[in-house]
Design a protein around this ligand. Structure first.
Ligand SMILES: NC(=O)c1ccc[n+]([C@@H]2O[C@H](COP(=O)([O-])OP(=O)(O)OC[C@H]3O[C@@H](n4cnc5c(N)ncnc54)[C@H](O)[C@@H]3O)[C@@H](O)[C@H]2O)c1
Ligand SMILES: [Zn+2]
Ligand SMILES: [Zn+2]
Length: 452
């Protein structure tokens, strides 16, 4: 299938497709139907999966169940999945090299169904959570715990040329990150299963353990990698699941104040969970008052730290709207500019929301003259943190259910994409059950269904 970008910026950067020879696992197995002979289970069994069918179009389809392809593969029977803000970038076609027919989903947990002969430390029936990135466990970066920068699991040449270095493969996240089938499905193939799966203890139900895949580790990384210190005033752009847990973790790491910035009901949702939090609804600011001006009213010198938990694809003003539309940039610099002009001099700004490529009108002067520390947090190396974070979940220091508003069925996930995108029905974070899920654990929201 031909690679396909649906944004003009995307097509611009897609001219040079190719693959390096760095990867030690097979690439572009984004749906077993691509090559049933080699990728589908010989039984001929099918499964339900969420498939990208073009810009703003996802469908639940019956596709072949995956098979073991390599000796360290695990086939996981999925018992819990979810939708991430990153999936919206895929839905919108903002991420390059997504192909029609690709199975999405990078946050999931389940039970080991089968495994290749070289997998160690796991057995059939183990209940595990998967990391969203696929790491080899043994390269330069993996040895440093920086698993999202694994050099052995993604051979995409465009990604290498654009970024100047390798990044890890990611489940269900386009061919730009290796082309792996995702976990919004009943089964998923997990390469290097012994590295990319973490066993869940009985005391941590799927409804809590699932989020160690991504959102918990990502928000933690956002806070600690940007260097939040005791006493800091922290401003967070975006009150979605990532922004919410970053607020939680900023307080946990000693922030004295946290100010969340967004434009909808999610601010009230955060306030209901963390009464200490302060909020700015940028859509309700008086005409002529910028987010920066409002923040300086609240914190005269400016916050110590700014965290970007939104993304580059959402333009605020007309200039960036048209530049994005015309492919003159892939990302808007509006939020980054708000961050760098808001923080105090020598303040720290961390970028966790996804930025794809190039941006115009960046306030490089403010960054230079005021000594602003602009920090790319990377795709978060969740495996660096997940053992400690699991312990904190076990001890009750972290409660992932604080962000989970809905329990839904895999069969209705196409509808959930649309509701999550439009921020409808008070949807903050969902738990997606499959036919293999256990009954809801204590504290899990009741099942919501829309189709008869
Ligand atoms: N780096 C990583 O490892 C990693 C991992 C997971 C998610 N992410 C990214 O983090 C970002 C947030 O994820 P999420 O699941 O919370 O997404 P989300 O889309 O649910 O939330 C984003 C929030 O930002 C708000 N927003 C939009 N424009 C804004 C603006 N100009 N100023 C302030 N707020 C604005 C939206 O109203 C929304 O509530 C996404 O870009 C996602 O791709 C990164
Ligand atoms: Zn994600
Ligand atoms: Zn590696």
């Amino acid at each position: 299938m031909a690679p396909m970008a649906t944004t003009p910026g995307g097509s611009f950067y897609e001219k040079n497709i190719g693959h390096g020879n760095n990867a030690t696992i097979s690439q572009n197995i984004s749906n077993p139907a691509r090559d049933p002979k080699n990728f589908a289970d010989p039984s001929g069994e099918t499964m339900k999966a969420l498939v990208w069918m073009g810009k703003n179009k996802v469908e639940i389809q019956d596709v072949p169940k995956p098979r073991l392809v390599e000796s360290r593969d695990v086939i996981l029977k999925v018992t819990g999945s979810t939708v991430c803000g990153s999936d919206l970038h895929l839905l919108h076609g903002a991420i390059v090299e997504l192909e029609k027919g690709d199975i999405l989903g990078h946050e999931f947990c389940g039970v080991v169904e089968s495994m290749g002969p070289s997998v160690t430390g796991l057995k059939k029936g183990d209940r595990v959570v998967a990391s969203f990135q696929i790491a080899c466990g043994d390269c330069y970066y993996c040895n440093k715990g920086l698993t999202s920068m694994c050099e052995k699991t993604n051979s995409d040449q465009l990604a290498y040329d654009m970024y100047g270095g390798r990044t890890a493969g990611i489940f269900g996240y386009s061919h730009f990150t290796g082309g792996f089938a995702g976990g919004q499905a009943e089964y998923v193939r997990v390469p290097y299963g012994d590295v990319n799966l973490l066993k869940l203890p009985d005391s941590v139900p799927d409804e809590k353990g699932l989020y160690l895949s991504d959102v918990i580790g990502t928000s933690w990384n956002c806070v600690v990698d940007t260097g939040v210190e005791k006493g800091d005033v922290v401003a967070i752009w975006g009150a979605g699941p990532i922004g919410q847990m970053a607020a939680d973790f900023a307080f946990l790491n000693g922030a004295s104040r946290v100010i969340a910035i967004d434009c909808n009901w999610r601010l009230d949702y955060l306030k209901s969970k963390y009464p200490k939090i302060e909020t700015i609804d940028f859509s309700a600011l008086p005409r002529g008052t910028s987010v920066t001006a409002k923040l300086k009213e609240m914190v005269p010198r400016g916050p110590d730290v700014a965290l970007e938990c939104v993304a580059g694809e959402y333009a605020k003003g007309w200039a960036h709207y048209f530049e994005l539309l015309l492919g003159m940039e892939t990302d808007s610099s509006e939020i980054i500019n708000e961050m760098v002009t808001s923080v105090r001099s020598y303040g720290r700004c961390g970028i966790t929301g996804v930025y794809v490529g190039y941006t115009n009108h960046l306030n490089i002067g403010a960054i230079m003259e005021r000594g602003i520390r602009l920090i790319g947090n990377g795709q978060a190396p969740v495996q660096k943190y997940w053992v400690d974070l699991l312990r904190m979940v076990e001890e009750g220091k972290i409660d992932p259910l604080k962000m989970v508003t809905h329990r839904v069925k895999l069969e209705e996930l196409d509808l959930v994409y649309s509701k999550f995108e439009k921020k409808e029905d008070g949807m903050q974070k969902v738990y997606v059950q499959t036919r293999f899920s256990a009954p809801p654990s204590a504290g899990s929201p009741p099942l919501t269904t829309w189709r008869k």
